[in-house]
Design a protein around this ligand. Structure first.
Ligand SMILES: Nc1ncnc2c1ncn2[C@@H]1O[C@H](COP(=O)(O)OP(=O)(O)O)[C@@H](O)[C@H]1O
Ligand SMILES: [Mg+2]
Length: 376
């Protein structure tokens, strides 16, 4: 027996091998755990993450990206990523070529299947395993809000513009009215007198419109005065008469005898106008001969004024009815709706110590019921 083959040496070798294997098992376990841990971290990210090799195949991905196509990450590993999007070749923003380090510049905004994404890419160079990490962020909602803010900004500059134009028109109008009055005071034969009367009446009508526009676009802090709600509704309808006529919407007024109430006139006009415009939209959506009804009455039991504005438009589906007073809630395209009309109306009415609620029946129409306290 040589020393080499002595049982103690062999035993030692076996033990060494065993402990090496155990050490490797521990290491392997640690790597596996660490991998799982990192996978959980990227799965916790709700943006869409995927890593591509040089042939556009998916090396890694997170749950969110796989779920976007109704799959699990394991199902799509090594699949060409563009096939998931139903394409035959990669998107123009997807670059995995030699030049990727130069091409992965800033993030790009792209619309894919009706959703807006912000796509950014980061190349990784590691040994021979070059790859590119892609991150896609759904920015549809952010874009919608941005568009809406832009639209609101436009509306507020339109308000300033309107009051400027109204002031400019007011001066020549005063001239027209004054001179026509003077001419009418002198002896005039027919038909001149008839023509002058026509000019005078039309100019007075223009003046009324301009005055209403000025009241409406002035941006003052709330200023409460005793007001007659029936008159406020009348003036608001007058302000909007042209549009109501052009869409041939019938206006029905059922005014009751109501006491005065302390209101900011301009703000109340804004509430009524918002409700009229919403009614018009609902009517045109349904495509019927439109009717808007204005009811006012005094509720003696509760000592309050009740205003009901009803339309025969499309109606509000029951599932969205609880949301319509929420700021930014809209079912209309960006250039039509801001989702602010009803939330502003709600704010104004609450500020006056009143309430506003909606009742609606799909296909039949919608009613908004406002209650306001009688003047104290
Ligand atoms: N008279 C109405 N008839 C039907 N739906 C309405 C009516 N008024 C409001 N709505 C619904 O409520 C939503 C919110 O209204 P609003 O706050 O005025 O915002 P916007 O009119 O800008 O959408 C509308 O998008 C619409 O879906
Ligand atoms: Mg509205």
């Amino acid at each position: 027996m040589t020393g080499k083959n002595s049982p103690s040496l062999l035993q030692k070798k076996i033990e060494e091998l065993q402990s090496e294997r155990e050490r490797q098992a521990v290491l392997f376990n640690q790597i596996w755990k660490s991998q799982k841990w990192w996978q959980s971290v990227i799965d916790a990210i709700k943006d869409y993450i995927f890593v591509l090799d040089g042939d556009y195949r998916i090396l890694r991905t997170n749950k969110a990206f796989a779920n976007l196509f109704g799959r699990e990450p394991a199902d799509i590993i090594m699949a060409p990523y563009y096939e998931l999007f139903g394409l035959k070749e990669p998107h123009e923003w997807c670059i995995v070529s030699e030049e990727k380090n130069r091409s992965c510049g800033g993030a790009v905004e792209r619309k894919i299947n009706d959703t807006f994404y912000l796509v950014s890419c980061f190349p990784i160079f590691h040994d021979q395993h070059d790859a590119v990490v892609y991150i896609m962020k759904d920015i549809t909602e952010t874009r919608r809000l941005k568009d809406q803010i832009y639209h609101m900004d436009k509306l507020s500059s339109l308000g300033t513009l309107t009051s400027g134009v109204a002031h400019e028109i007011n001066n020549p109008l005063t001239g027209i009215i004054g001179y026509t009055e003077m001419l009418l005071m002198n002896e005039q034969g027919e038909p001149t007198r008839k023509y002058l009367k026509n000019i005078y009446e039309s100019a007075i009508r223009c003046k009324k419109i301009v005055e209403n526009m000025l009241t409406f676009s002035r941006q003052n802090p709330p200023h409460k005065n005793p007001e007659d709600i029936n008159d406020i509704i009348d003036k608001t309808i007058e302000l909007h008469e042209y549009w109501l006529k052009s869409t041939s919407i019938e206006i029905v007024k059922n005014y009751g005898e109501v006491p005065y109430t302390a209101l900011d006139r301009q703000q109340m006009q804004q509430v009524v106008l918002n409700l009229i415009i919403n009614a018009e939209h609902a009517i045109s959506e349904k495509g019927v001969r439109g009717r808007i009804e204005f009811n006012t009455e005094y509720d003696r039991g509760h000592d309050s004024i009740v205003i009901t504005i009803s339309d025969n438009g499309a109606g509000v589906p029951p599932e969205i009815l609880p949301k319509i007073f929420d700021p930014f809630f809209t079912t209309k395209p960006v250039n039509v709706g801001t989702g602010l009309g009803l939330s502003i109306a709600h704010g104004i009415i609450a500020e006056q110590g009143g309430t506003i609620e909606a009742r609606s029946e799909i296909g039949k129409g919608t009613s908004f019921i406002i209650t306001l306290p009688k003047m104290g």
